[in-house]
Design a protein. Structure first.
Length: 194
């Protein structure tokens, strides 16, 4: 999009639906901690007209980058600190862990149905290495590169550039290259594979 422009009536209608959906999702997000009802939601395209708190108030600002079909933009979620003060004692890791719910099978199937047509990029890496620019310039066919993994180490399966599984290489019944998933990569180990 690049430059901003005045929204048409159709664009405002679409954005109003997005805002309503976002508010509903916000309510759902807070639900494990506290029942929240979002009201007075307005669509404002000029940030100069927005005033959610006094200029001297402390706020918590969360910025989301939204990408869709080659167009990107920022969505800011701003919480004045005074609105969170009454629930601050609920905002700790232990509270979230104890309140975490597992979705029932119906919810799980509904989510799967919503995303089953979406294609994602997947790749598998077997090792990485570091090479100097000088050595890179001298590389020739037949040269051997030293990687940071051992011969029997599993590969790392990336989904949308996020390490998700460890895998072993193989071939399927039709003779195509394949991988066998060995185990999921826990969130605590993700940094090791990035």
């Amino acid at each position: 999009m690049g430059e901003s422009h005045t929204l048409t009536a159709i664009e405002r209608g679409v954005m109003a639906k997005v805002v309503r959906r976002t508010m509903a999702e916000l309510e759902t997000t807070w639900e494990p901690l506290i029942k929240v009802r979002v009201s007075d939601a307005e669509l404002e395209t000029n940030p100069e007209f927005m005033q959610v708190a006094a200029p001297s108030d402390t706020v918590i600002l969360i910025a989301f980058e939204i990408n869709s079909q080659g167009v990107s933009g920022l969505v800011n979620l701003c919480y004045p600190f005074f609105t969170l003060e009454p629930v601050m004692n609920l905002l700790n890791v232990q509270s979230w862990v104890y309140r975490e719910k597992r979705p029932n099978e119906g919810e799980r199937q509904k989510r799967l149905d919503q995303v089953k047509g979406i294609e994602t990029e997947m790749k598998v890496t077997w090792g990485r290495g570091i090479v100097s620019a000088e050595d890179l310039a001298d590389l020739r066919v037949g040269d051997t590169l030293i990687l940071d993994t051992q011969a029997g180490d599993p590969g790392v399966v990336f989904v949308e550039d996020q390490p998700v599984f460890l895998a072993r290489p193989g071939v399927n019944s039709r003779g195509r290259h394949a991988v066998e998933l060995l185990r999921a990569i826990p969130q605590t180990e993700v940094r090791r594979y990035v």
